[in-house]
Write a protein that binds this ligand. Structure first.
Ligand SMILES: NC(=O)c1ccc[n+]([C@@H]2O[C@H](COP(=O)([O-])OP(=O)(O)OC[C@H]3O[C@@H](n4cnc5c(N)ncnc54)[C@H](O)[C@@H]3O)[C@@H](O)[C@H]2O)c1
Length: 287
């Protein structure tokens, strides 16, 4: 997309972190936005701040794991602004722990938001962007979509799904609707609220014992909460990620790997998969 000025976009998970920074960057270039998030109080605060900065935004409380609520987000874009040119399927949550100890509710929650949320966004928003004559779709995956870090199985499964969904979508749109671009975002650690994802968990599993990223929970000798807190604290600023994403949308690049030093992990993983060697244990830092 050359210009965002006057265009209409949707950002999910817009009340915090990467989504909020991306929305701010898009709004600063003149895009009118529907900000969607499940956390009503944080969304209200974001909407108020965007409006007081002079931006044109609507807020919609929506859980992206529910298709009907994603359709309601699209309806606000069409009813209020008349068209849709851009969608960032960004909302996400994380949980930690050994794959066999996580409950079915844990898996359902993470896959519901991180994978089904993106599937719903692709399904609902893509036809509208095609109808508008073109635009761009951004899906937030993660380096967890290109590697396999231990104690993050549901997150890894969801994010690998988002990467291949995005690749497939890009190929299909190139054949069927080439005016619509696709970008998949694969950040390393970023300074956001992701390690407090359970604040937005609504299912019964929220109170379950298996909340492995809770304070003091240990897996493989690692205190997951404090280890990840430490990595996030030294991570990239969300504004840096947003700037990289916006540049990729303007220049129509497919993938954004925000942490240059992590790219070799992807190459090494592919080599090991081809050779049959055991997976390599990597706990990446922030270079
Ligand atoms: N922070 C990191 O280190 C990191 C790294 C790689 C990828 N990511 C991805 O970035 C994306 C944004 O996360 P973030 O790091 O900014 O975290 P964040 O917690 O700051 O923001 C996530 C937002 O998603 C919202 N959300 C959660 N569940 C939702 C639901 N069911 N429906 C709608 N909204 C919901 C939250 O309320 C929150 O506002 C996620 O997809 C995450 O997986 C983050």
């Amino acid at each position: 997309m050359d210009s965002f000025d006057g265009k209409v976009g949707v950002v999910t998970g817009a009340a915090s972190g990467i989504g909020r920074a991306l929305a701010a960057g898009l709004a600063a270039e003149g895009m009118r936005l529907v900000l969607a998030d499940v956390e009503a109080s944080a969304l209200d605060a974001a909407v108020e701040q965007f409006r007081s900065a002079g931006h044109t935004v609507e807020g919609v409380v929506a859980d992206v794991s529910d298709r009907a609520q994603v359709e309601a987000v699209a309806a606000v874009a069409i009813d209020r602004f008349g068209a849709l040119h851009f969608a960032a399927n960004n909302a996400g949550v994380a949980i930690g722990g050994p794959a066999w100890e996580l409950t079915e509710a844990d898996w359902q929650w993470v896959l519901g938001v991180d994978l089904w949320g993106v599937i719903h966004g692709v399904s609902v928003f893509t036809p509208l962007i095609i109808e508008a004559g073109g635009g761009h779709i951004v899906n937030t995956a993660s380096m967890a979509g290109l590697t396999s870090t231990p104690f993050m199985a549901p997150y890894n499964v969801a994010k690998h799904g988002v990467v291949t969904l995005s690749e497939t979508l890009a190929l299909e749109l190139a054949m069927l609707a080439p005016t619509v671009g696709v970008t998949v975002v694969c950040p390393g650690w970023v300074k956001t609220g992701i390690n407090r994802s359970e604040r937005n968990r609504r299912d019964d599993g929220a109170a379950a014992d298996a909340e492995p990223a809770a304070d003091g929970a240990v897996a493989g000798g690692i205190d997951l909460r404090s280890t990840i807190d430490g990595l996030i604290a030294t991570g990239l600023d969300p504004d840096d990620v947003a700037a990289q994403v916006i540049d990729a949308v303007h220049t129509r690049r497919f993938s954004v790997l925000t942490h240059a030093g992590w790219s070799s992990l992807v190459t090494r993983r592919a080599e090991r998969l081809v050779s049959g060697d055991q997976p390599e244990l990597v706990l990446p830092a922030n270079d």
